[in-house]
Design a protein around this ligand. Sequence first.
Ligand code: SDX
Length: 393
Amino acid sequence: TTGYTTLDGGFMNTASTSSAITYIDGEKGILRYRGYPIDQLAEKSSFLEVSYLLIYGELPTEDQLADFTHRIQRHTMLHEDLKRFFDGFPRNAHPMPVLSSAVNALSAYYQDSLDPDDPHQVEVSTIRLLAKLPTIAAYAYKKSVGQPFLYPDNSNTLVENFLRMTFGFPAEPYEPDPEVVKALDMLLILHADHEQNCSTSTVRLVGSSDANLFTSISGGINALWGPLHGGANQAVLEMLDDIKASDLDVSEFIRKVKNKEEGVKLMGFGHRVYRNYDPRAAIVKKTAHDILDKLGARDELLDIAMKLEEAALTDDYFIERKLYPNVDFYTGLIYRAMGFPTRMFTVLFALGRLPGWIAHWREMHADPTTKIGRPRQIYTGYTERDYSEVSAR
Ligand code: SDX
């Protein structure tokens, strides 16, 4: 259960197999964090409480949550030199490489919390990451729009602080819309963990070499950026925008997907594990309607998305391949209604996924049987052959 049998009959331990954090049943569309169903957590919990649950394994008492919140609030600021780090990036840089670079740079600025075998240092780096990633994400956005950075204001909650640092200005007060705060908090819960997906497996593999938490998380951010993974929420909006701009009929787009024309995919559909409706997608779809109505931000793209979903769910091509909407299909529409540009969507995914990545990294390190991840291969190259002099080639 902590590895797999290799082709030559050996046993290869790996960094990414058994875990007690998240349970998924792909056939039934079930997702639970530490045993709690995702729909209950999305409805009743908060992102910080779910972060605590994922990392420490239990829902916190009031005192535990208050202490966890206080510890995080004391670390929301960045080292002043690290703020200048953003000056080195071009304004048109995508925020994801800025995010992964800045997170990796934490290894240079906070060298007192790098030792994965020191429980105190693991705890400090955990709190520093949870506290500083929202600040880094907000600064990556401000850099891209050429606006001044705002210091965190710890009288706010984590999500309020992030929204204020992202959309606020020094010249005037900024109060985030409570509906936006509530919806974003819930979306972060939905993204908080998802078993051993591509980016989480990356975090576990990098961490299995005893690399520190900051640099392991930076690896996870890079894996998440891919459009087949976390980058899909941005790709869905680009797909919907293209359909609208080209005034393409939904049925014509579906035909192109089925014929695999120019490699066109229905982004936001399909999943490596779910062969049923992604339970997160169902919650996001409902939220999309609610938040767009509350913000008065009716979006023509939502209508296109719903027509695509309806067409795909009744089409044999998708039914036979068990392709259903995944978490990325509707989230971009909500992020856009909140005021985020498309390029920030995957950054928001990373903000949500951070506690899950941390929980997996800590779990892997706490397991005494974990060895360095070293997957083997099926060799398909040449058999042995002798070197030939260049004159004879
Ligand atoms: C996330 O792993 C996780 O848990 C990830 C995640 C998380 O929370 O961490 O849930 C987040 O990454 C969600 C997935 C977001 N990505 C997308 O929405 C991109 C679009 N989806 C696909 O690229 C694809 O569905 C994957 C990558 C998500 C899964 O690919 P699989 O399981 O390897 O499926 P496949 O490539 O083997 O496809 C099987 C068939 C193929 O057709 P045939 O060769 O049988 O004819 O289904 C087709 C594929 O062409 N197919 C699609 C499709 N996805 C698969 N056809 C059209 N549109 C799609 N989206």
